[in-house]
Design a protein around this ligand. Structure first.
Ligand code: SF4
Length: 338
């Protein structure tokens, strides 16, 4: 961790917002999100479905355009560029350096292409003159690196298990030698034991290739295993951001506390003491006044109903809660994980 702290910031997300407009209705999917990413670290982004984490990831890789803000990226050549001001042609060489692994390995692979073609597709698109023999050699090397049996590369995706398909997705993301990989619910569709294998693979690859991950997941136990820092999102806003260990041991935002209380523990004798969240996630097209979380928060005061809390530093992390300094919130009980 200390080594990572000293390393370069390679991505600065600054005030990123995304508004979707449809039939005269504006929906703020992401509001004013900022954080830094250092080379070789993993940032976990968590929150319930609909909190804006996937939209944020898509804005970062510029699969969609953010409505406001900056995404400043330090390229492999050492140049700082703001993605959001680049046109398609300027963006092309940078896309190679930032890849995405998708949620569902079943639907993200073209069923009519062989695995050899799927993994090699980014090479054909970016280096069309690369000789076939050289391309196939590269594909085999990457396939072996992610633990795929290279004798089966002429098969189609349906012949592979869920875990193997996710390995194919990882190989495809790696083949252009990226710096950053955004993993969007990359292990959510897999069984727990396969999840562990894929997470271990991602960690090994990170060490070997100095990769940087942005790991988006609704599953806090997965995020806890892989992330150096965690950002918690609620209704499009970052409500807490800090080092994983601190955030899990002593959360400062009531929403983080509630999410942590719902993380399942492996021991069937341990009784879960889940903090119930009242009601549903509010409609982002018509968010509540003041703190967006106030209708579901058991610590809500009058001030929370009228005044939106700003992100500010509390005990070494960023928190958006009026009562962050005074509340003593319950963290994740690591003893129950033993
Ligand atoms: Fe709860 Fe108030 Fe903090 Fe919002 S600002 S999380 S309502 S205590």
């Amino acid at each position: 961790m200390s080594e990572i702290r000293e390393k370069d910031v390679i991505l600065q997300v600054r005030g990123v917002s995304k508004v979707f407009s449809s039939k005269g209705v504006n929906v703020r999917a992401v509001t004013n999100v900022s954080f830094d990413v250092r080379k070789g670290e993993t940032i976990g982004i968590v929150g319930e479905s609909g909190c804006g984490k996937t939209t944020l990831g898509r804005c970062i890789v510029r699969a969609i355009d953010a409505s406001e803000g900056e995404v400043i990226y330090k390229t492999l050549a050492g140049e700082e560029v703001n993605f959001l001001t680049l046109d398609k042609k300027q963006m092309k060489p940078i896309r190679k350096e930032i890849q995405m692994i998708f949620q569902d390995p079943y639907s993200s692979l073209d069923p009519r292409m062989t695995v050899l073609d799927i993994i090699g597709e980014p090479i054909r698109a970016n280096y069309p003159k690369m000789p076939k023999k050289e391309r196939e050699q590269l594909i085999k090397e990457i396939a072996a690196k992610v633990g795929l049996n290279t004798t089966y590369l002429m098969r189609y995706p349906h012949a592979f298990s869920g875990g193997q398909r996710q390995r194919i997705g990882i190989a495809r993301a790696l083949i252009l030698n990226p710096q950053i990989i955004v993993c969007d619910e990359a292990v959510s569709a897999l069984d727990v034991s396969i999840q562990a294998q894929i997470i271990n693979l991602l960690r090994d690859l990170q060490k070997e290739l100095e990769l940087t991950y942005i790991f988006i997941s609704h599953d806090l136990s997965v995020v806890e295993h892989i992330s150096d820092k965690v950002g918690v999102m609620y209704l499009g806003r970052m409500v807490e951001f800090g080092e994983t260990e601190k955030l899990f041991a002593s959360p400062k935002h009531p929403y983080t506390e509630a999410l942590l209380s719902a993380v399942p523990v492996a021991d069937p004798d341990v009784k879960m003491d889940r903090i119930p969240l009242q009601g549903e996630i509010p409609n982002p097209a018509n968010p509540p006044s003041g703190c967006y979380f106030h209708e579901r928060c058991r610590y809500c005061t009058e001030r929370c109903v009228t005044e939106a809390p700003e992100l500010h530093e509390v005990d070494g992390r960023m928190v958006a809660c009026h009562r962050a300094e005074e509340l003593s919130l319950r963290g994740f009980n690591y003893d129950e994980m033993q």
